[in-house]
Design a protein around this ligand. Structure first.
Ligand SMILES: [Zn+2]
Length: 111
């Protein structure tokens, strides 16, 4: 991990300089949504299993089984997807865009 922060060209200090992590935020959101959707559909087989097991108690059990399976998959997919999106976005911000902002003077600069 490189956590090196560049100096602000105006203040000549790195104390208030932060990485502009726009892509990281977008990546987290997009990854979460995509992962949630994939997880939901990926879990449909699990949801069907849940529905079959739940069918021991007809109608109510079937619905609950489907719901639980689908939700669990979507939730797991969301967290996995957002974690991946966060990592990918941070990598792009840090190594591809490399845009920094100084919170002291407000200037933005690239390295
Ligand atoms: Zn500055």
């Amino acid at each position: 991990m490189d956590t090196e922060i560049p100096k602000c060209p105006t203040c000549d200090s790195s104390i208030h300089v932060v990485l502009v992590n726009t892509t990281q935020k977008i990546g987290t959101a997009v990854g979460g949504v995509a992962g949630g959707a994939c997880g939901y559909y990926g879990a449909s087989s699990g949801a069907v299993t849940g529905a079959v097991i739940g069918s021991v108690i007809p109608v109510v059990g079937t619905g609950l089984g489907l719901l639980a399976g689908g939700l669990a998959g979507a939730l797991a997919g969301f967290f996995a997807g957002s974690a991946v999106g966060n990592q990918v976005g941070e990598h792009i911000d840090r190594h591809v865009i490399s845009e920094y902002r100084c919170n002291q003077c407000g200037s933005e600069f690239e390295i």
